[in-house]
Write a protein that binds this ligand. Structure first.
Ligand SMILES: Nc1ncnc2c1ncn2[C@@H]1O[C@H](COP(=O)(O)OP(=O)(O)OP(=O)(O)O)[C@@H](O)[C@H]1O
Ligand SMILES: [Mg+2]
Length: 263
């Protein structure tokens, strides 16, 4: 489904080049349930943004279903995002002045062509996904009257609205207590097992990563564990230390990032 080869990304501030991803190779297949772990600053969010086509400023190859993401034009990219991917973030990004149901039906506003819906159809689909996350009774509530776990379930319902094949989650339980996080994990598991949705979850939470079927670990700008069946580039030996530290590389005074030949 997704195949990354030699993905490099650096941020340049003034003369300082921060090489965040330094040749990432990873494969993610249809229906997988994958955790991405690594220290703070190791480039997990950067990687998700590239996977989700939120960021197109990178080197290397990102292939989705056999197509290079960078070969798609703007319309192709927004279709890829809207039709295939549900995004879930640590902060739930709900619109406070809209009801939960309206929040969930928001993706309908961005639907184009054959996928455009009447308001009625959008709200009906919204109710359906609110039921899936067991919040049917909160459709009319405003988000700020909900608990953190409930807000995250509304955000998950919104991500489910367009029937995504892939859900990309950036620390989805980062703001939740352990038992609420557990409920969200159960929901993810059900989405993966019952609906076959592929889940990619960046997390610092051991409970989540242990429940995932594969853990992809990023260190020093590369994938050092769990790259997947076909991503077989040599990887450095690494003491699999747990998260908690800061992996932000010391910024180096350097010229433009080197252009290595990719395999
Ligand atoms: N827009 C940006 N401009 C400049 N530097 C950035 C930008 N976004 C991220 N960085 C830098 O890139 C590095 C990786 O950031 P990223 O957000 O991907 O880390 P992360 O692994 O998601 O960390 P965390 O676990 O803390 O969320 C960090 O050193 C960060 O300072
Ligand atoms: Mg992050």
């Amino acid at each position: 489904m997704i195949r990354l080869r030699g993905v490099r990304k650096s941020y340049t501030t003034g003369k300082v080049v921060n090489e965040v991803l330094r040749g990432v190779d990873v494969d993610i297949g249809e229906g997988e349930f994958v955790a991405i772990v690594g220290r703070s600053g190791s480039g997990k969010t950067t990687l998700l943004n590239i996977l989700g086509a939120l960021d197109s400023e990178y080197e290397g190859s990102v292939e989705v279903d056999g197509r290079q993401l960078d070969s798609l034009d703007d319309v192709g990219i927004s279709d890829y995002r809207n039709r295939n991917i549900g995004f879930i973030f640590q902060s739930f990004y709900l619109m406070e002045h809209m009801s939960c149901l309206e929040n969930v039906a928001l993706p309908a506003v961005f639907a184009r062509g054959s996928e455009s819906m009447t308001r009625e159809a959008a709200l009906a689909r919204g109710r359906e996904v609110m039921e899936q996350v067991e919040l049917a009774d909160k459709c009319d509530a405003l988000p700020n009257t909900l608990s953190g776990g409930q807000k995250q379930r509304v955000a998950i319902a919104r991500a489910l609205f367009n029937r995504p094949r892939l859900m990309i989650c950036d620390e989805p339980t980062g703001n939740l207590d352990a038992s609420t996080a557990h409920a969200i994990l159960d929901l993810f598991r059900a989405l993966n097992e019952d609906q076959g949705i592929t889940l990619i979850i960046v997390t610092h939470d051991d409970m989540i990563s242990k429940a995932c079927k594969r853990v992809v670990r990023i260190h020093d700008g590369k994938v050092v564990e769990g790259a997947g069946e076909f991503a077989t580039r040599e990887r450095p030996e690494l003491d699999p230390t747990e998260d908690g530290g800061d992996d932000t590389p010391a910024p180096t005074e350097a010229a433009a990032p080197s252009q290595e030949a990719q395999p």
